[in-house]
Design a protein around this ligand. Structure first.
Ligand SMILES: Nc1ncnc2c1ncn2[C@@H]1O[C@H](COP(=O)(O)OP(=O)(O)OP(=O)(O)O)[C@@H](O)[C@H]1O
Ligand code: SF4
Ligand SMILES: [Mg+2]
Length: 378
């Protein structure tokens, strides 16, 4: 291929107004998003709106947050806390029951930003690299398929596919004609990343996208993601159970518990001094390969409560080491606190009616090294 990287990147640029609201305008504003899944006889019901008073799984239960332009926002929390449902709402693969989504100052689904145009600007990479690809298409055809659906001529769609294959480290001459089963897991995930970029999106949601890979392959794919972010001017939402990787990769982190956001802020501020007892317990369970930086703090005990029938008051109270009677009556809301970032805990709110203040962080956690590159083999 004779074109330079800059020319090729420009070729992928869609004819859309980019950066409409300016750099200070968040790329995404999510306001009070709610997604409840109706159940019938304990099984998922047909995906209609839940009837008032019917049994529902409160997968996402009124969350508000922003994704800033150019950042990587990490989303963490135990299994079932609503991370993937949040991702699917962000991408509008699922429609929220209530709440609002603003993308670069424009309401998603409004006449300013119709759904088709919004969808071309947001893409997602899932954990399972195999099921995301059509086994009957070569990887070049898979990548070229989306632009073809959006009306791009066949030749240009193929050129884009081949360029992106080379950008994700798969030499088109060797790989373009292969089928998904002829690739390793890491190679297939590279194809999924190329496919996510083919419409030149602005936001890419990575839902456990590297979790199924071997550590060394994971490190290579993470490096690739960071290179592509710079080259294509991307914003990432990075969902992961690996708190070491989140610390290394993310500018800010959002902690979810039982369908709610309990803490959100700059990654280093939260990792050095988490203000919510759940975040603290989650970080205490983070493995460290350095024997000098292991913590004695008790990690989380027990399982999360049932999202069909969450406990009254603060839903974390049955597991919280700092719970007081007020926590069973009063539901904390996400508010700015002395910690310098929003937290949903009565203890962090001077008007919360809680009798204690959060004790200082255990030394072993606060002193953990900032550069974790060795721990995740980057
Ligand atoms: N289609 C659905 N019907 C009914 N319940 C659902 C549906 N999708 C998700 N849920 C429930 O919603 C809750 C949140 O699920 P979600 O997949 O968002 O969690 P998660 O944080 O991504 O978990 P994990 O870390 O295991 O991927 C869970 O209790 C889940 O069982
Ligand atoms: S509100 Fe109470 S139970 Fe909930 S996290 Fe804070 S201290 Fe714990
Ligand atoms: Mg998930």
């Amino acid at each position: 291929m004779s074109a330079t990287v800059t020319e090729e990147t420009a070729m992928l640029q869609p004819e859309l107004d980019r950066d409409i609201g300016g750099p200070a305008q968040p790329l995404v504003i999510a306001r009070d998003l709610v997604k409840h899944f109706p159940l019938k006889n304990g099984m998922p019901a047909l995906p209609w709106r839940p009837k008032a008073g019917g049994t529902v799984v409160r997968a996402v239960d009124g969350i508000s947050f922003e994704v800033r332009k150019g950042e990587t926002l990490g989303v963490v929390g135990e299994s079932g806390c609503g991370k993937s449902t949040t991702a699917r709402l962000l991408m509008q693969l699922l429609r929220q029951d209530t709440g609002e989504l603003i993308f670069d100052a424009q309401g998603v689904g409004s006449h300013q930003l119709p759904m088709k145009r919004f969808r071309s600007q947001v893409q997602m990479v899932f954990q399972d690299s195999y099921s995301s690809l059509n086994p009957r298409l070569t990887i070049e055809e898979s990548i070229a398929f989306t632009p073809r659906v959006h009306g791009v001529p066949a030749r240009e769609a193929t050129e884009r596919a081949r360029y992106l294959l080379s950008r994700v480290g798969l030499e088109p001459a060797r790989f373009a004609g292969r089928y998904p089963h002829e690739l390793s897991g890491g190679q297939r995930q590279r194809v999924n990343i190329a496919r996510a970029l083919v419409l030149r999106p602005r936001l890419v949601i990575l839902d456990e996208a590297v979790s199924a890979l071997d550590k060394s392959v994971e490190a290579q794919v993470l490096n690739l993601l960071m290179d592509l972010k710079a080259e294509f001017d991307l914003t990432y939402v990075f969902i992961s159970h690996d708190l070491n990787v989140v610390r290394y990769l993310c500018d800010r982190v959002m902690v979810m518990y039982l369908g709610k956001v309990v803490e959100i802020g700059d990654t280093e501020a939260i990792y050095r001094n988490p203000a919510h007892p759940y975040t603290r317990a989650l970080l205490a369970s983070m493995p460290s390969m350095d024997p000098d930086h292991r913590t004695e703090t008790a990690p989380l005990a027990g399982d999360p409560p049932n999202p069909i029938d969450p406990p009254p008051g603060c839903s974390f109270h049955p597991r919280c080491a700092f719970a007081e009677p007020v926590c069973t009556r009063r539901m904390p809301v996400l508010t700015d606190t002395v910690a310098g970032h929003p937290v949903a805990c009565l203890m962090a709110d001077p008007a919360g009616g809680h009798g204690q203040r959060m004790p200082p962080m255990p030394h072993a956690l606060t002193q953990r090294p900032v550069d974790l590159s060795q721990e995740i083999c980057l």
